[in-house]
Write a protein of this length. Structure first.
Length: 472
């Protein structure tokens, strides 16, 4: 009989493990979903009980009956002495497209879809996945111990896949290219920095601060400006802003989020990328997201119809006095061109705290252009006061650069004075090299926090509590 480990008992040497019978018909359980409790033979073999592994040689024992939950057929089975591991965990890769409570939806990546193999073969593979291209997954608790949060946008490895039910377990998170704080989305490639041409009025200084904050996130495809509410201003006004942003080094797309004009161009710019919309309050971020969501068929994160629909943050809770939907879960809106857009708008206040003074020149395309053409006399030139600087000049945003540079320096000096807090080691991971050179990653836990209370101490504490109790 071929079984697959789907759960193990607690303790160092689990004697009981839950297994799913793979060849159900062979052991007379019929074709209904069957979970079996397996009793492991010896501690030595128990060591090999890893979730997701397939074992051959387990045989059903005499006891076959119902479990406490009547919807499951349950049998006892034992591993015979010749039981062997026939395959390690089947691992599939995918991208987290939504996050709900403790569950994540993972959209599977079909191998070969982007590689050298053709689309027909990739489709065949999708059929091999039981026609499921998305799995509902829980996260391995060891990831939580390592403080490896699984974020929307993350590429993950999924094991213990149940193709029938479409379930799996997130085993590991692949290295991230970038991480966006608000909203918490990983591997964002492009920031759509949105402004309204009027209502609220557009203001160059504010635009610049947003652009610097977005550049500071270090995204692969950088920043795209979206100018909204074109219906409220003249063509000339719109063109003037598009040209002005062009001279700063940015492409700007004029749109009318409520009317739908230009929304297609925004979708085109997102082709094959993951984007997030940021911008000040009231510029129409939610309207743009709603419009894109509607054109994508309202399937944010691949959820059922209606579930991915956006909520209006208008209601205020009588109890807390805050918006009711402020902590709504994030999903990705899937576009037909392979792009994704986070369904939650990002920051509406540019926070420049994270942008270090030495990174600031990298946040101005104008500086990049000047450094391509020439070279400053000093390698670590701050472009503020040094002689022989090729950046200093009378370009439009230079005074803004100098201003932000001084602000960043002040913040850094302040941080030095107060002394940066020592980071705790908790949440780190350690690598352990096992026999045969296999490398395992384990959480580095704070011993004081995770040490189990000794029995002696708990007895003492109990006695103390009893003695201190005021019986009168
Ligand atoms: N005339 C016009 N109004 C628009 C357009 N897009 C959005 N609006 C209006 O602008 C207002 C603000 O739009 P929202 O989408 O809520 O803006 P937001 O950026 O999400 O605002 P916050 O949630 O406060 O961050 C709403 O009253 C919209 O109807 C547009 O293209 N033209
Ligand atoms: Zn310089």
């Amino acid at each position: 009989m071929l079984v697959r480990m789907v759960g193990a008992g607690k303790g160092l040497w689990p004697r009981n493990a839950a297994v799913e019978v793979v060849d159900r018909l062979a052991c007379g359980l019929g074709s209904s979903s069957a979970t079996t409790t397996a009793t492991t033979g010896t501690a030595r073999r128990a060591r090999n009980l890893q979730l997701g592994r397939h074992w051959r040689g387990a045989r059903p024992s005499l006891r076959v009956g119902w479990s406490r939950s009547p919807c499951r057929t349950v049998a006892m089975c034992e591993f015979s002495s010749s039981a062997e591991v026939v395959s390690d965990a089947e691992i599939v890769r995918g991208r987290v497209v939504s996050h709900r409570a403790n569950f994540v939806h993972v959209k599977l990546q079909l191998e070969g879809a982007e590689g050298d193999r053709g689309g027909a073969e990739a489709e065949e593979e999708a059929v091999g996945y039981g026609s499921k291209d998305e799995l509902l997954c829980v996260t391995r608790s060891v990831l939580k111990k390592m403080k490896r949060q699984v974020l929307v946008g993350d590429f993950v490895e999924v094991s213990s896949v149940d193709w029938t039910l479409g379930h799996g377990v997130v085993k590991s998170v692949l290295p991230r290219q970038s991480i966006f704080q608000t909203p918490a989305v990983a591997n964002v490639e492009i920031a759509l920095v949105m402004f309204a041409l009027t209502d609220p009025p557009i203001e160059a200084n504010q635009v610049s601060r947003f652009l610097v904050a977005a550049e500071g996130a270090g995204l692969d495809s950088g920043v795209l400006v979206v100018l909204n509410k074109t219906d409220l201003v003249s063509r000339e006004e719109t063109k003037a802003w598009v040209d002005r942003l062009g001279s700063w080094g940015y492409r700007a797309i004029p749109v009318s989020a409520s009317g739908g004009e230009g929304v297609g161009a925004v979708c085109d710019a997102l082709e094959g990328k993951l984007g997030v919309v940021v911008g000040p309050s009231g510029v129409g971020k939610s309207s743009l997201i709603n419009s894109i969501n509607a054109s994508a068929g309202g399937e944010a994160g691949g959820l059922g119809e209606g579930e991915g629909a956006l909520l209006d943050v208008g209601e205020v809770s009588a109890r807390t006095g805050r918006g009711k939907h402020t902590t709504r879960n994030i999903s990705l809106i899937r576009l037909s061109n392979g792009g994704f857009l986070a369904d939650t708008p990002g920051f509406n206040q540019p926070h420049l705290v994270g942008v270090a003074s030495r990174e600031l020149p990298g946040c101005f395309p104008e500086i990049g252009r000047r450094l391509e053409d020439g070279r400053c006399e000093f390698k670590n030139c701050s472009h503020v006061h040094e002689p022989g600087c090729v950046v200093r000049g009378d370009w439009e945003r230079y005074p803004m650069y100098v201003d932000l540079y001084h602000q960043a320096r002040d913040l850094e000096a302040k941080a030095l004075r107060t002394g940066a807090k020592k980071e705790t080691r908790e949440g780190d991971s350690i690598k352990k090299v096992r026999k045969g050179g296999k490398v395992d990653v384990e959480p580095r836990l704070n011993r004081k926090k995770h040490r189990r209370t000794s029995r002696k101490l708990s007895k003492q504490q109990f006695k103390q509590a009893v003695m201190e109790d005021d019986w009168d």
